[in-house]
Design a protein around this ligand. Structure first.
Ligand SMILES: Nc1ncnc2c1ncn2[C@@H]1O[C@H](COP(=O)(O)OP(=O)(O)OP(=O)(O)O)[C@@H](O)[C@H]1O
Ligand SMILES: [Mg+2]
Length: 207
């Protein structure tokens, strides 16, 4: 089924995912690839609607409801956007995917990790990225970026303890087999060069 390339960027809030996704997209386009940048939750009409519900500070959502909303958004995103893009031979760069649910709803909210990972598998039809990059930011940088928090969305309004749990979770997840850890405490260009080198390797192996 898969012809394209599926790249996922992961990490805590404000670790630099959007910045790096845009730079990666322009480089891949220069190489002649057709690139789709997308995000979770979101990426389709329905999934963006679910995103709005999830991020609305007025939504009162208990952890298990939150988990299912993320997974519902994900099923639609996988079926309507990711799989068709891959079938068409495109490169799809997703800002967040299943690891975010493991970090935020599993480690952050304290939901059973097996349940989270089972639902992750169901919601993606077991579709695995070709490359998952976790942006690992040093605690010092994490603290500096906290002041950029605008507190407008429901997740951003969570207390520090929740945010620190998620950050710690990513440090663990970055060490899982099959995950590429990037030190995201460095300058934008240095990080991008690292990412391009990883992607280049996969592109060369595919030829
Ligand atoms: N390597 C870097 N060094 C210094 N500042 C950076 C770096 N990468 C990104 N930034 C800055 O940090 C902030 C967050 O970056 P960005 O929006 O790319 O992160 P994000 O992971 O997409 O965040 P969010 O979770 O809010 O979507 C921005 O102000 C950006 O300019
Ligand atoms: Mg972003």
């Amino acid at each position: 089924m898969k012809k394209g390339l599926f790249i996922v960027l992961e990490g805590p809030d404000r670790c630099g995912k959007s910045t790096q996704a845009a730079l990666l997209k322009s480089w891949l386009e220069e190489l002649g690839c057709e690139v789709v940048v997308t995000r979770e939750p979101g990426g389709t009409y329905l999934s963006e609607k679910i995103r709005r519900i999830l991020l609305d500070p007025k939504s009162n959502i208990e952890p298990m409801t939150e988990l299912f909303l993320y997974e519902t958004s994900r099923i639609k995103h996988t079926l309507e956007k990711i799989i068709p893009a891959l079938k068409a031979g495109k490169v799809i760069i997703s800002d967040r995917y299943t690891l975010s649910t493991t970090a935020y709803q599993g480690y952050g909210r304290g939901l059973d990790l097996k349940t989270v990972e089972t639902l992750n598998r169901i919601a993606t039809l077991d579709l695995k990225p070709d490359l998952t990059i976790v942006f690992d930011i040093p605690d010092r940088v994490f603290a500096q970026r906290e002041h950029l928090r605008n507190g407008r969305d429901r997740i951003e309004r969570e207390p520090d303890i929740f945010r620190r749990r998620v950050n710690r979770a990513y440090k663990l997840l970055a060490r899982r087999p099959g995950i590429t850890r990037i030190d995201a405490g460095r300058p934008v260009g240095t990080i991008q060069a690292d990412i391009r080198a990883r992607v280049q390797k996969i592109l060369s192996a595919k030829k």
